[in-house]
Every structure is written in structure tokens, then in C-alpha cells.
Design a binder for this molecule. Sequence first.
Ligand code: NI
Length: 269
Amino acid sequence: MTKEVLFGKLWEIYTAQNPSVKKVYNLFVNEGETIENDHIAFRTFDDPRINIEVLAKPFLMAGYEEKGDYHFEAKKLYAKHYEHKTDQKAPRVFISQLKTAEFSSFLQDTVKALADKIDGDLLNSNELIFSGNTWGLPSFEVYRQLRDESEYAAWLYVYGFCANHFTVSVNYLKKLNSVEKVNEFLKKNGYLINDSGGEIKGTPQELLEQSSIKSEIVAVDFEEGSFEVPGCYYEFARRYPDSTGKLYPGFIAKSADKIFESTDFYRKE
Ligand code: NI
């Protein structure tokens, strides 16, 4: 599968599940902007059947290679990022996994049961990354219990394997060429910016600035009925050149740590 097919399919699923993303995309296009993706992010659990290495497979086959890795102590996450070997413009791929051993036996048993339910053929195919929730109708009670321990785990329980967010590269924007301008534009159009850790994460000195809109709230079917829960979100990133003149290619753990909270509405309500 080429990276174009891979990203095309991921984009289709992501925008179908989160209609506001397409609206934001169109707002930029109507301003005359061209959208290039800085990176695309995925979430998973560290169960060896579905961990980072498993999700990375189709990207490695499409010409990507592993670059950096990141630790998020408070959220109990580990992540890796991948870059395309030759195409500088290709989006980076960021995959994180929850360190389940650091959670309750309830969470660990739940995750194991979910992985047990995934069809073996699917696990061995390149389709897992598109498969969404393959473990069936979620229980709202389980969702709530997971959320008490890890909002990340609860989100993953509901949505399964899909892009958690796409990220617009601000470097390629002509008019809205700073994260400040992007944020003002989004707010003017009625979108909420994730302000955990400030509206802009990172600084020009750190060579990466990021912001994101809060997840769309979507109605999801649970065993107990339909409930509105946070979906995916859209992110924006501007990279700065390092001392050699090359744009900084990596990620900043303390910024990404706050970006993860774009799907977390409950704490503030
Ligand atoms: Ni991101």
C-alpha cells in the first residue's frame, strides 16, 4: 500500500467520523490556503499484539523509518515517531501506546479482553490501522471506569484504531502563517482551542509550536444507549529551522503531553 493510499483512507475515515474537521479544512481552503500534513497521530495499548510496532508496519512498508521516541510519565505513555526516508513533504507518523502494567488490574484485564477479540487475520494484515473499534459495542460503564484512570484508554476503548488527529503544517500556509493567526482564525469561526498548558504549546526557541481545537463531541452507541463523548481533533504545527538551517523534525514531550488533553473534557466540566 502506498503512503498516498494509506493516508487517503485514514483521512476519509477521520473526516467521516468528525465532520467538523472537514469544515475546518474547507475554511482554510476557502482562504486560499493549501493544506499539507505535518503529522498524523495514533493511539494504542502496549499489548504486543497491537502495540506501536504492529501499527507502524504499514508505514514501514510505505517507506517510513523510526526516528525519535518519547516518554510521558504522568500519562503513562510511550511514543515513537516515524519519517519518510526520501519524501521530505510526507507527513510524520506519531504512534503512542499506554503502559498498561502501570494501571489497575481492571484496566489490564479489559485491554487483554479487547485484544483477544481481534480477529487473527486482521492482526496480521495491514488493515488493522483502519479497523476502528473491532471489539464490538462498548459499555458506557466500562468507558466511565476506564476514564477515571486514563482518558486515553477510554477514548481508545470507544474508537479503536484510527487517526486520533491530523495536523496541518502552518509552514505551508501563506496568509495564516503563524500559530497565533491560525488560533484567531479558528476562534473567529467558533472553534474552541485546547488551552491546557496555554493555547500555543512550545516556542520558537524550542523549534516547534503547536495548537489544537478541542475534540468534536460525537454521539456514540453504547450498550446502555447513545451518549455524547469526545471524538478526534485537528492540530496545527509550525516548525522552525535549527542552527544548521534544517527544520526541526521531532516532537516535544511536554507539549505533546498537553495536546493529548484535547480529547479530555471531563476534568473541566
Ligand atoms: Ni500531534
